[in-house]
Design a protein around this ligand. Structure first.
Ligand SMILES: [Zn+2]
Length: 105
């Protein structure tokens, strides 16, 4: 997945188009992510030890990761990511770089 936890992303489609938020959680097997403060769903809950009265709880709903664009932490622009596999001291790992300013994150 191109999105990781704690990335800031811009939403490209749906009711929340144009909003930005921090990624709270990723579900790589479903290609879905949860973004802080975006797309709340209401859930009816039964009383529990955490929420003694029960009732309606608002919760962030997962959205499809292909509907977001990463916002570069350096230039602050929504950007595409350049992925590169690098080998360093015998270890392979992936880097992501902003196509606009080249910042690696
Ligand atoms: Zn950038």
């Amino acid at each position: 997945m191109h999105v990781r936890k704690d990335d800031t992303v811009l939403i490209l489609s749906g009711n929340d188009r144009g909003k930005q938020g921090r990624v709270l959680k990723v579900f790589p097997d479903k290609n879905r992510i949860i973004i802080e403060g975006v797309r709340f769903i209401k859930r009816h809950t039964k009383p529990s030890t955490k929420n003694q009265s029960g009732g309606i709880v608002e919760k962030e709903a997962p959205i499809n990761a292909s509907n977001v664009m990463i916002v570069c932490s350096k230039c602050g622009e929504p950007t595409r990511i350049k992925r590169r596999e690098i080998t360093e001291e015998g270890h392979k790992h992936h880097t992501r770089a902003c196509v606009k300013c080249g910042e690696v994150f």
